[in-house]
Write a new protein. Structure first.
Length: 104
């Protein structure tokens, strides 16, 4: 099995209620996962980017009540630099709109 590599790793802080979480998922076109009320749930959305062997995966993760992470990982070739730049811009804009503060 091939190891996943991270092309983007963005961290955010702030509380998300269900409406803000839905907004973030919608803006990033994420498939819904996880329940805010369940402290055990960590993954709150995923999206596959690309097709074939060179796909990447965007994942929304909750580390704690106010700590969030959005990653883009890949197993084959990484997404093109312009694709990553566009994704990073979209992620930051969506997170800010949802009320999160960009940490990195």
């Amino acid at each position: 099995m091939t190891t996943a590599h991270f092309a983007l790793d963005l961290r955010f802080a702030g509380l998300l209620d269900q409406d803000r979480l839905t907004l973030l998922r919608d803006r990033l076109d994420l498939r819904r996962r996880g329940r805010l009320g369940d402290a055990e749930d960590e993954i709150f959305g995923t999206r596959t980017i690309g097709t074939g062997e060179d796909t990447a995966k965007l994942t929304l993760v909750r580390w704690s009540g106010e700590r969030w992470q959005i990653t883009v990982s890949h197993r084959g070739a990484p997404p093109a630099p312009e694709v990553l730049a566009d994704l990073q811009s979209q992620i930051r804009a969506a997170a800010t709109e949802a009320g999160l503060r960009v940490e990195s």
